[in-house]
Design a binder for this molecule. Structure first.
Ligand code: FPP
Length: 241
C-alpha cells in the first residue's frame, strides 16, 4: 500500500459505482461476463484494503434497478456470479471482520440468492472492522419511493402524522438507515454520471470520476484517490471562517 494514504484524513464512507466491466472484456475480445468476473476479483481486493486505508464503510453498486434491461444472458450470468461470490466469500468475509449488508429491493431477486444474502447478513452482523454494503437491484428513486410508501402506511395506521414528516424521519425508512452518508463517491470508467446511486445520501458527498475500468482499479489506485480526497475542504453548504 502506498505511504501517501493517510488513514486519519481518508473518508470513512466510500461508495463506488463499479463501471467498465463490459468494455474491459470487449477490449480483450471476450464476452461481457468475463469482465464481470474480473470485476468480482477487484471487489475482493478493494474490500481487503479498507481497514488499512481507514475506510470503515464501503458501499458498492453491483446491480441497478435499470440493469434488468440487459440481455437475459448477461442478467442470468450476473445473478449466478453474485450467488457464487456469496457462497465462496462468506467464510472469509466473516473471519476478516466484515459486516455485510444489502440494499435494494429483494422482491425481484431469486430465492436462492436472497437466502444467501440473508444468511450472510445474519452471520456477519456482529462484525465491525469494515461495513460492506452491496447495492443489488438498487435504485435511488426506487429506494426513496419505497420509503415514502412505508411512511404513508405509518400515517395511515395512525402511528405517525403528516407533521412528523421531515428529512430525519424519511431517512429512517431508507434501506441505508443504519449507515452514515457517504463522504466520497467514486465512479470508474470515465463516465461522469450518478446513475440513480444513493441520490438522497450523497447530498454532500464529494465525487471522483476515474478513467480506469473497474477490473483494472487496484488497491494502490484506490489509496491514491483517497489520499487526494484528504486534501479537500468540505463545507456542507456553510462558509468556513
Ligand atoms: C458495470 O459495468 C458493472 C455492473 C453492472 C456489474 C457490477 C458487478 C461486478 C463488479 C461483479 C461483482 C460484484 C460483486 C458484488 C460480487 P458495465 O457492464 O456497465 O461496463 P460497461 O459500461 O463497460 O459496459
Amino acid at each position: 500500500m502506498p505511504k501517501d494514504a493517510d488513514a486519519k484524513t481518508n473518508p470513512a464512507h466510500v461508495a463506488i459505482i463499479m463501471d467498465g466491466n463490459g468494455r474491459w472484456a470487449q477490449k480483450r475480445g471476450r464476452p461481457r461476463l468475463f469482465g464481470h468476473h474480473a470485476g468480482a476479483r477487484r471487489v475482493r481486493e478493494i474490500v481487503k484494503a479498507c481497514p488499512d486505508l481507514g475506510v470503515k464503510y464501503l458501499t458498492i453498486f453491483a446491480f441497478s434497478t435499470e440493469n434488468w434491461k440487459r440481455t437475459q444472458t448477461e442478467v442470468a450470468g450476473l445473478m449466478s456470479l453474485f450467488r457464487k461470490y456469496l457462497e465462496r466469500e462468506a467464510q472469509e468475509l466473516f473471519e476478516s471482520g466484515v459486516c455485510v449488508r444489502f440494499i435494494g429491493d429483494r422482491i425481484r431477486l431469486d430465492d436462492k440468492l436472497v437466502t444467501l444474502m440473508d444468511d450472510l447478513e445474519l452471520r456477519t452482523a456482529g462484525n465491525d472492522l469494515v461495513h460492506l454494503t452491496v447495492a443489488l437491484n438498487y435504485g435511488g428513486r426506487d429506494e426513496v419511493t419505497r420509503a415514502a410508501k412505508r411512511l404513508a402506511y405509518e400515517i395511515e395506521q395512525g402511528r405517525l402524522t403528516h407533521d412528523d414528516v421531515d428529512a430525519e424521519t424519511l431517512s429512517k425508512f431508507l434501506d441505508t438507515h443504519v449507515l452514515p452518508d457517504p463522504d466520497l463517491v467514486i465512479r470508474t470508467s470515465g463516465e461522469a454520471r450518478i446513475s440513480n446511486f444513493l441520490l438522497w445520501q450523497s447530498a454532500y458527498a464529494e465525487y471522483e470520476f476515474i478513467d480506469t475500468l473497474w477490473p483494472d482499479f487496484t488497491a494502490d489506485e484506490f489509496a491514491k484517490v483517497l489520499a487526494s480526497f484528504g486534501g479537500r475542504e468540505r463545507r456542507f453548504g456553510a462558509v468556513l471562517t
